[in-house]
Design a protein around this ligand. Sequence first.
Ligand SMILES: Cc1ncc(COP(=O)(O)O)c(C=O)c1O
Length: 423
Amino acid sequence: MVQTTSVATLAVDGGDPVRDPARRWPEWPVPAPGLLESLGTVVRSGRWAISSPGHGNLFERRFARLWSAYVGTRHCVPTDHGSSALVIALESLGLDPGDRVLVPALTWTASATAVLRAGLLPVLTDVDPATGTIGPEHLDPAVGARAAIVVHWACAMADVPAITAVADGLGITVIEDAAQAHGARWLGRPAGSLGRLGCFSMQHAKVLTCGEGGAVVTDSDELDRRLQELRADSRRYRAPHETGALELAETAGVMGANFCLSEFGAAVLCSQLGLLDDQHETRNRNYRLLDDLLSGIDGVRLLAHRPEQDRLSLYEVPIVFEDLPPGRDNRWVAAALAAELGTRVYPPRVPLHRSPLLRPSTKPALAPLAAEFGRLHAGRRFPGAEHLAGHAVLLHHSAFLGPAEDMVDVAAAVGKVAAGRPL
Ligand SMILES: Cc1ncc(COP(=O)(O)O)c(C=O)c1O
């Protein structure tokens, strides 16, 4: 139980902060044991890319095996970014130009820009303000969508099985955007393995990172073949027994682009994967403690999770101020918490229908899609997304990698800020 009747002046107003500024927060990323040796192996191997001359022993192949085993899918195609993973996942479906794809309004812009890059039209849909994710009720048949990017947002999984049950009847293919959900589980099944395709980002801020990277996973042999060509300029891996000077053969079934992950990135991911489950355990233990501590503060909550989600993967952890301090918005709350805690606390990005990052009209090649995008979204409202964008503040998952006392500090700061002003 946290006292909310602090008489102390807020740090943002010049008072003493809740947390001693000398106490440090965990750093991110955490380099795994053996990481430097793996990078040294790449340097000395003379094979820095999957397109380098040679055959066999690529870190990239090793990571693909490790990651598909971790996620529980038959295939994994690593990519250079999470965005390119989404682009090739969409392209692999062979949809018609301008076909519609549902995208939640509350997500990073890449979930929607990838749709445009694939020559398709993103149609934004609202999210449930409790979880920040879409549900089956958000699949509006009137949209005529052919695919849906289902995002697991912040630390809450979307109900992919229920969405798929409705989507199947509407001819909509479900692509999981699990860029923020490595290792999250739904009734024991890992995020990314529940949709037709699952996409991951391994960018710096993610729980599994190599700086910049990504991956697509699927159980479909046919999609796997297309994904390989789409991300490597129409080339696929040669089978281990096939002779040839190069790892990739010019199979040329579908025209691709170069979205390949470098050997350096793949080596980093092979090492970092060894830390992931232990880090989940630490973060999730701290999260449960924070949930407990915040239960004593009226008007403040963590994001809701569906009971089927039996493992969390924290990314940016939302603390939702249902009751904002009088006269304050969540940008002020974020700044006040950051001042109390000495770490970054920030509001979610604005919903995509008014995001300055999603402006297809700035790219001449997208002109027809941009016009249609503008027309479709003019005057539309997304109250669920707006609610979280206006009431939540976010803490990066690395803040959950330290001792339990860190959670006591977070809860004390939330209590102090929730009280608004000294009484
Ligand atoms: C939900 C979501 N989708 C896609 C991406 C894009 O990944 P990347 O930055 O690796 O291209 C991100 C990255 O933050 C993301 O959060």
